[in-house]
Every structure is written in C-alpha cells, then in structure tokens.
Design a protein around this ligand. Structure first.
Ligand code: ADP
Length: 448
C-alpha cells in the first residue's frame, strides 16, 4: 500500500540526517531512505573536521578570523570556479551550523587547519578524533530521539513527478520488492560518485586505475535520477584526488597529520613540496615523483596529538623506528639524507620560515621525538566537486535555472560550491549547512 509523508530524504550521510532532523523539527512527517545496510554514507569516513569562520569556539580560543577571508581562500583553493552566490551563503551560514550542531549535542570545539587555509578554522571533536564517526553518531542520536523512520537496505530507484512537480519516490527493498512513497518534497542527499569508476572515467579518463577512499555507495545515483527530471549539472569533470591515500587499504591518511606537523618525503629521502598546499597541487607533485608515491613522516609528538595516527598504527601499515636513521633503513633510504631532511626542516620550524618550499602553516614543532613514523601514500579519488545545480534555497534547478518543484538537494550530490578543488574541512561544512537549509525549505513547501 502506498505511504504518505511530507518529506522523503534520500541518503543517510551528514546532509540527509541534518535535513531529516530539521524537517522533522519544522513539523514535517519524514522518512530517510538508505540503500546500504548501515547509516552514515561516506560522511562517516570524514577525517579532518568542519571549516567555519567567526565561530564561538574560535572566539573562545582567541583565534581572529573573518568570513571574508574564508570566502577568499576557498575561492582561491577552488581556482575561482566556485559558484560565488552559493559560496557566500556557505561562508555566511557556517558559524550558525557550528551552533546548530552544538545545540544538538555535537560539539566541535577543538580547532586545527587544512591545506590552502591560513587560519585555524577546522573544527573537530574535543578528543581530536576523526570528525565523521562522532558526527554521525551524534546525528543518529537525534534521529532516534525523534523516532524518525529510517529504511535501510532500501534504494530509491526513481523520483516521481506530475505536471513537473515532485510527488514521491519509488523504492526497492532488499527483497527486490518495490513500492511508492508519496511526498511533496524529496531531498536528494545521495553523495558523490567517487566509487563509480565508469562515471569517474567518463569525465576523467586519466583517473582509470586510481583507488578510491569512498564507501561503495558513492555511485552518483542521485545525479542520474535528478537529470531524468531535467536537472542541470555543473563541474562534472572536477574530481578531487586526495594526495595521501594508503594504497593497500585505500585508507585516507588525514590532512590533520600534516596539519599537526608531519612532512612529506620522497623515496630519495627529501621533501619535495609545501605539504600544506591544496590537495590538487600536492597530488600533482606526488604523481610527478619517479615512484609516484611519497612518505608521510612524523614523530611521537604528532602521533600523541592525533587519534587518527593510532588508528593507522592499529591497521598495521605504519612503519616506525626509534631513531630517524633506523626509520630510513626500514624505508630503504640513505639514512644520512633523511636525517639531513629532518634536521633542515626542524630548523625551519625554529625560524618559522621554510626556505625550501615556503610552507607557512603548521610548522608546529621540530620532528625530534622518537619513535618516528612513516606511511607510504599516493593519490586516490576522493571527492566529486561537480553535481546538480541548486539555488540558495537548495531547490534543484533545471537547464533554465528554474526550480523543479519539490526537488531539493544538499551535500556532495550538489555541484558548484567547491569549484575545481575542495578545501579539506569544507565538505562537512557543506553537508551540515545545506542539509539544514534543505530540511527547512522542504518542510515548508510540503506543509504549504
Ligand atoms: P553527503 O556527504 O553529501 O551527506 P554521503 O556520501 O555521506 O553524502 O551519504 C550519501 C548516502 O546516500 C550514502 O549512504 C548512500 O549509500 C546513499 N544513497 C545513494 N544513492 C541512494 C539511493 N538511490 N537510494 C538510497 N540511498 C542512496
């Protein structure tokens, strides 16, 4: 039998969960549809944190920042390809989204930095653990408290319309039974398409053979469904490769390791670039090395400040040794070269001036406390910046920039916010900011 809702949310990542909570609190009857057997999407893998400027947590730590600087740095990182109107909205609403999370019991009150930013504005949990798990478990608590219905192992096969307006969705469950759920508003929060190799290669043939950091549900189905309704897309070829991916496990080595003071070293035992540059540039430098891979090298002090490091050690792919010389031997490097590299870098930290590659951020402390650690990394497909077009209400737009009535989208499924290169920490901001907005607007339309 058909079922009636006000709002159907497709996808249980950060965008979908935030949207569902907000829509519920605006009085809508909400259901979340998730094709995978578990909640959390690719968001659960998010590592570094959530960027925002002029937040209460920055103020508490005495960090001076401005929305304008955040805007300019994101635009520069995105090679000025970002949609300026969406980006303004993003920067403007970011501190409110930090507050919204805190009000929902999800406090991101520790702050670090990522590549391409000049100020500590990446908000993360107090215990400095990866943001994804903390965020999803906090959102799920809110979903459960409200008794919002979640259908797992159920995928949306089609978004239904009548006279150009959304009327509901057709879902297929794990037993291949299909049924129709009616709703005036459908929020598409299906994430990106990094795990859809065919789609990635269609837009970027040279990425054939690259590993991906994404969960296997990142197939881009939401984009395809919305295109059927006439939705326009933008920047589909802008696919981010993340520079530091452990290749045997496809495990992402968080930018927060570099943000905490780690360096990148080639097989020759030398630094080769500013480690805190944007992801596109660091990736290109690694691919240009003869072995097309590099080592993330850090010391005990960096490890002790980052929970993720312990997770990597537990995974078994971190090489460690009590001294730099012994680490070099294990990495098949000339030990004097690696020793000289660290000594030189350590002097740059003391001087707060990187004479070789101009690194200006995260020159945290000299790498001089054993044990020393190294992880071999190479780039992997990480984020699809392109996607469907929306307006600042999160309404999905057609080829004439007109909203498709009842169709809303938020999160990685949307294109334009990040331009040609997403800054680390901006995806979590994106999903929460636009997730809340989508929930609010979808509820308002459905109840009108
Ligand atoms: P975001 O970061 O934008 O919130 P995520 O990748 O975290 O995106 O979450 C998107 C979720 O949507 C994933 O859990 C994915 O399995 C789910 N999903 C994708 N396509 C469908 C579909 N057609 N039906 C139901 N769920 C889907």
């Amino acid at each position: 039998a058909p079922q009636n809702y006000d709002v159907v949310v497709i996808g249980s990542g950060g965008a979908g969960l935030a949207a569902a909570i907000q829509a519920h609190d605006e009085g809508a009857r909400v259901v979340i549809i998730e094709k995978m057997p578990t909640i959390g999407g690719n968001t659960i893998k998010a590592s570094v944190g959530m960027n925002a400027a002029e937040t209460r947590f920055q103020a508490m730590k005495g960090i001076k920042d401005s929305k304008e600087l955040f805007y300019q740095e994101t635009l520069k990182g995105g090679q000025h390809k970002n949609n300026p109107v969406l980006l303004r909205e993003f920067v403007e609403l970011a501190p409110e989204a930090i507050d919204w999370l805190a009000d929902h019991g999800i406090e991101l009150n520790d702050i670090t930095i990522t590549g391409g930013m000049s100020i500590d504005r990446t908000h993360r949990p107090a215990d400095r653990s990866a943001v994804g798990g903390y965020l999803i478990s906090g959102l799920v608590k809110n979903i459960n408290k409200r008794n919002i219905e979640v259908l797992l192992d159920t995928s949306v096969a089609e978004i239904l319309t009548e006279n150009g307006a959304v009327t509901g969705v057709k879902v297929v469950d794990e037993y291949y039974d299909s049924r129709i759920l009616y709703a005036k508003s459908v929020i598409v929060a299906t994430g990106g398409f990094s795990a859809n190799r065919e789609m990635v290669v269609k837009y970027r043939p040279e990425l054939d053979g690259f590993v991906t950091t994404n969960h296997k549900g990142a197939t881009g189905s939401g984009i395809a469904m919305l295109q059927k309704l006439g939705a326009d897309t933008v920047d589909m070829g802008e696919i981010q490769i993340h520079p530091t991916v452990e290749q045997t496990t496809s495990y992402l080595i968080s930018e927060s390791i570099r943000g905490g003071g780690a360096i990148l070293v080639s097989q020759a035992g030398k630094r080769f670039f500013n480690e805190m540059e944007t992801r596109d540039k660091v990736s290109a430098q690694i691919i240009a090395l003869p072995e097309k891979s590099a080592w993330v090298v850090f010391d005990e002090q960096v490890r002790a400040n980052n929970k993720a490091a312990d997770e990597y050690i537990a995974k078994g792919f971190v090489i460690s040794a009590p001294t730099v010389g012994e680490l070099a031997v294990k990495l098949n490097m000339e030990h004097t070269t690696l020793e000289e590299t660290l000594a030189r870098y350590n002097q740059f930290v003391v001087d707060q001036k990187d004479e070789d590659f101009g690194r200006t951020t995260a020159l945290r402390h000299p790498l001089n406390q054993g044990p020393f650690y190294a992880i071999r990394v190479a780039p992997g497909v990480h984020h699809t910046m392109g996607g469907v077009t929306i307006n600042t209400d999160t309404a999905v737009l057609d080829g004439n920039k007109q909203p498709i009535r009842g169709a809303w989208a938020a999160g990685e499924v949307v294109g334009g916010i990040h331009g040609a290169n997403r800054i680390g920490g901006n995806a979590v901001a994106d999903i929460i900011i636009f997730g809340i907005l989508a929930g609010r607007n979808a509820a308002a339309l459905a109840r009108s």
